[in-house]
Design a protein. Structure first.
Length: 222
């Protein structure tokens, strides 16, 4: 089973609480979690990536256990081998394109040296059409170029799975359509398992080989 996920988490803010319970079993390489804002989609990705610890249950991807409360298994985010694309891309504004991509390979928080060149980074820059932009800062890039940088950073370390948080939400409609097609082509070429969250039905139509509907923290009928 490629995705074997069953976990629960209660989130509290003062007197308010939100219970998240997600169950997913799928052998599809392209899974979309669809639902409105506040449904628990981003929290689900965070739990898979190890940025939030569930209260119970398990998370297994490709037969590898990332989290199992009963067995006491809680892999660190670095050990989970998840490529994470944040909704706002989370590029470092003071690092150029090459440094941002290189950051996906290194451990720790030291900034990569500005002129460091590694073969895998250069290959990734070329694959995403970023070689000519390698010395530019994020503020000098278009929205589509910033997304390509974020994707290159997520993929350069050869992750086990790619996690995408509303990857097209910040783009205008014409650019969304273009970048959907680019991501579609890239995923098919790399054969990289992908879990994408969205509230956009066009994303579901393009990538939803397996669709999980999330409403108020629980799996619902699509």
């Amino acid at each position: 089973m490629l995705f074997d996920i069953d976990f629960h988490k209660t989130l509290r803010a003062g007197s308010r609480h939100f219970r998240l319970h997600v169950t997913l079993r799928s052998d599809s390489q392209r899974v979309v979690i669809h639902g409105p804002s506040g449904a628990g989609k981003s929290q689900t990705l965070q739990a898979i990536a190890g940025l939030m610890q569930p209260d119970g249950g398990h998370i297994r991807i490709g037969g590898r256990t990332l989290f199992d409360a009963a067995a006491g298994i809680r892999l660190s985010p670095q050990a989970r081998r998840c490529g994470y694309l944040f909704q706002d891309y989370a590029l470092f504004p003071h690092l150029n394109v090459r440094q941002n991509v290189l950051f996906g390979l290194q451990r720790g928080w030291l900034n990569p040296w500005r002129h460091t060149r590694l073969a895998e980074v250069e290959q990734c820059l070329a694959a995403f059409g970023l070689s000519e932009l390698a010395q530019q800062l994020p503020e000098q890039l278009s929205g589509g170029q910033r997304q390509r940088v974020a994707l290159a950073r997520a993929i350069v370390a050869r992750p086990q799975v790619l996690l995408l948080d509303e990857p097209f939400a910040a783009l205008d409609p014409a650019l969304r359509a273009s970048l959907r097609q680019e991501l579609d082509t890239l995923q098919r070429r790399l054969q990289l398992p992908m879990l994408l969250i969205t509230h956009d039905h066009d994303d579901v139509a393009q990538f939803g080989d397996h669709v999980l509907a999330l409403r108020d923290g629980c799996v619902a009928a699509p």
